[in-house]
Design a protein around this ligand. Structure first.
Ligand code: NAD
Length: 359
């Protein structure tokens, strides 16, 4: 069938010894960048995405168009569709799964808690079941989040720090994902690498994130809401540029080691790893705003309010020494430079008069 043909040709490995990777969430921000980078270096890539409407689906369609033009095919489907996953693993012997599909965002959980359970818990388990049953079993690299550190106030955050104080349902589902993947590692011998991303930003980014919505509102002359933490302390984030995250994802795939399977193999032989992928230089939100103002050559109308207790944490800051040692991870883009690239992309994509279609 047409569908199978496209999946097969998309997964063809051009480079000898290259990988064949199923990228979930391929029409998303990080997924589209990772898919493109894998394809560019010669690996086989098949995407999976349900194109949900959490944010502007036309942006996801545009990313899909970009990927298609580079020979990456995206299958439209849900993580919870076990039959579809079985079929995909039947058609292609994936060596790796890069699992980036999830319900992201901390505040949306107040309105729609079920979507976090659907994608981040049930969807994850359905995917791991498919990986477990696949022959060969792929190595799994997946996106956890810096949010697992929650209200931990010891900075910078190291992988061995406590993660028992999630501040949102989103964080709780990512923490649960770490426990679930660990279980599949030791029971079924799946190779697992969990990546705790720290506030990723850049071109083709997510419209629900602050740097993106601030840019839109500044250009449209609308006010922006800047949250302030306890005792009037500014919120700070360890903003990490997308290209640095992509490099971290690729070296995680390259070093992920083989799944061993549960039968006839010693338990615990397959690797289970967790890495922080951050920038290790946090910036306050007011500084983020002033960098955007300078790139846009426009002033923001700031509304400063106390942070509501709805899921945000006051600060994030990654210790990246583990990723540096094991993955050779070394972020190179500072916020000033990265935002310049984001603003350039934003203006070329939406233009100065981009109307109201973005949400
Ligand atoms: P994104 O929302 O742009 O991408 C996720 C993609 O997954 C979307 O295209 C969505 O349509 C798809 N998806 C969601 N549920 C699905 C399902 N049930 N079945 C199939 N497809 C589904 O988000 P992103 O910023 O690219 O994030 C990628 C991953 O990184 C997510 O797991 C997210 O939780 C994690 N993460 C992101 C950040 C960040 O700052 N962007 C930080 C920490 C962790």
């Amino acid at each position: 069938i047409q569908w199978e043909k496209q999946v097969r040709s998309s997964s063809q490995i051009r480079r000898s010894g290259g990988m064949s990777v199923l990228v979930t969430g391929a029409a998303g921000f990080v997924g589209s960048h990772v898919s493109l980078a894998l394809k560019k270096r010669g690996d086989g890539v098949v995407g999976l995405d349900n194109f949900n409407n959490y944010y502007d689906p036309s942006l996801k369609k545009a990313r899909k168009g970009l990927l298609n033009s580079h020979g990456v095919f995206i299958v439209e489907g849900d993580l919870n569709d076990a039959r579809l996953l079985a079929k995909l693993f039947d058609v292609v012997a994936f060596t790796h799964v890069m699992h980036l599909a999830a319900q992201a965002g901390v505040r949306y959980a107040m309105e729609n808690p079920g979507s976090y359970v659907h994608s981040n818990i049930a969807g994850l388990v359905t995917l791991l079941e498919a990986c477990k049953s696949a022959n060969p079993q792929p190595s799994v690299v997946w996106a956890s989040s810096s949010s697992v550190y929650g209200l931990n106030d010891k900075v910078p955050f190291s992988e061995s720090d406590r993660t028992d104080q999630p501040a949102s349902l989103y964080a709780a589902t990512k923490k649960a994902g770490e426990e679930i993947t660990h279980t599949y590692n030791h029971i079924y011998g799946l190779s697992i690498t969990g990546l705790r991303f720290f506030t990723v930003y850049g071109p083709w980014g997510r419209p629900d994130m602050a740097y993106f919505s601030f840019t839109r509102n500044i250009l449209q002359g609308k006010p922006i809401t800047v949250y302030r933490g306890k005792d009037r302390v500014d919120l700070a984030r360890d903003f990490t540029y997308i290209d640095d995250i992509v490099k971290g994802c690729l070296s995680s795939l390259d070093t992920s080691g083989k799944s061993t399977g549960s039968s006839g193999k010693k338990r615990g032989m397959a690797p289970y790893r967790i890495f922080n992928l951050g920038n290790t230089s946090p910036v306050t939100v007011p500084t983020l705003v002033s960098i955007l103002e300078s790139h846009l050559k426009m002033k923001a109308k700031k509304k400063i309010i106390d942070m509501p207790g709805n899921g945000d944490v006051p600060f994030t800051h990654a210790n990246i020494s583990h990723a540096r040692t094991e993955l050779g991870y070394k972020p190179t883009t500072d916020l000033q430079t990265g935002l310049k690239k984001f603003v350039k992309w934003y203006l070329s994509y939406y233009g100065y008069n981009h109307g109201k279609s973005v949400n």
